[in-house]
Design a protein around this ligand. Structure first.
Ligand code: RAM
Length: 341
């Protein structure tokens, strides 16, 4: 729906003292949303998109899902180029780079399109609000404690990330480093390397192989990426590596690798409510488009059955809406969650 057009039609209708059928029709068209993922071929975005679309369509809105060719800012800029002229009300995007999309997104906002980011934020000037799946500190603390536990308090560990520019990856990694440096508890843990698998399965497998080859005493890899953790889990398990794994993963992709003992590469890992993320991002996009919220700190709105949410200040100077806490997946619950995502 073109908001300005609808407002004009409704104003006209009010002047005439009645609501014209044209205005009603426009109102019924709902919000037109472009949902932009980081890249194609990543189940994470397909799962989030499915809930997003279901929620938006139930609200009478339409969604086009855009999968850039690769997980780079350039590929997203290309996608955004095509979107700006297409009369979208909102672009909801998971960013491959915090700052590189700013000029394009400002162009979109100048054209009257609202910008929401979800999963991986664009900088504060490039968005109205960020839909954050879980607090950065909470995610980092959960991962750091898992690394500590798996390493039994001491030894070498490594991070297998996605792309080096991804906002969410870097926020979690920086927060993990901060936690490690600020608490004596972690003094005997040595972070030997941050490797990048670019959210590509083969590259993540190759990086895992390189890590265990280069650091024979490596005790734990932490992969805060669903693509990376699944690739590493398979490599470590197939090769009977002593190095264990944790991170952020999809239960459905981690089912066969999650367990206690030597036969499994991953004792436990984390993620969040994936359906909730898609749903909250959809309600947020619609509320922004309908000007029910503007993205300012302190505003509240209701996201259907998920309940009420408040917009809060984000650490990057912008604002965010936090879905909830990270969820732990372990041998006891991984099967049940694997049916969901
Ligand atoms: C990958 C992506 C995504 C991240 C998850 C955990 O799928 O990098 O942005 O949130 O992992």
């Amino acid at each position: 729906m073109n908001k300005k057009l609808v407002s004009a039609l409704l104003c006209g209708a009010m002047v005439l003292g009645c609501v014209s059928p044209v205005a009603v029709q426009a109102e019924e068209e709902g919000v037109k949303i472009a949902l932009v993922a980081k890249s194609a071929g990543n189940a994470f975005f397909e799962i989030a998109a499915a809930s997003f679309v279901e929620t938006a369509e139930a609200e009478g809105s339409t969604v086009d899902i855009i999968y850039p060719e690769e997980a780079t800012a350039d590929a997203q800029i290309k996608s955004l180029d095509n979107l700006i002229s297409q009369d979208y009300d909102v672009i909801c995007i998971s960013a491959n780079d915090e700052n590189a999309l700013q000029a394009k997104l400002e162009e979109a906002m100048d054209a009257g399109i609202k910008v929401v980011s979800f999963d991986s934020a664009v900088n504060a000037d490039s968005r109205q609000v960020f839909v954050n799946q879980a607090g950065v500190t909470e995610v980092a603390q959960a991962l750091m404690d898992a690394v500590y536990d798996i390493c039994e308090g001491e030894g070498q560990w490594a991070i297998l990330s996605a792309t080096s520019q991804a906002t969410n990856q870097n926020a979690w990694i920086d927060a993990m480093k901060e936690i490690m440096e600020s608490d004596e508890k972690y003094a005997d843990l040595e972070l030997v390397e941050v490797a990048y698998g670019d959210d590509e399965s083969q590259k993540s497998t190759d990086q895992t192989e390189a890590l265990v080859t280069n650091y024979p005493d490596l005790k734990c890899i932490c992969a805060p990426t669903t693509v990376g953790i699944a690739a590493a889990a398979k490599y470590l398990q197939d090769n009977d590596c002593t190095c264990k794994l944790t991170g952020l993963g999809l239960p459905s992709e981690m089912l066969e690798y999650t367990g206690d003992g030597d036969d499994y590469s991953c004792p436990y890992f984390y993620l969040w409510d994936m359906q909730g993320l898609g749903t909250l991002a959809a309600y947020t996009s619609i509320a922004i488009a309908n000007e029910e919220i503007t993205g300012a700190e302190g505003e509240t709105f209701t996201a259907g059955d998920l309940g009420d949410f408040e917009i809060v200040a984000a650490s990057d100077g912008g604002t965010e809406i936090i879905l909830g806490l990270p969820l732990e997946f372990n041998p006891e619950n991984v099967e049940e969650y694997a049916e969901l995502y």
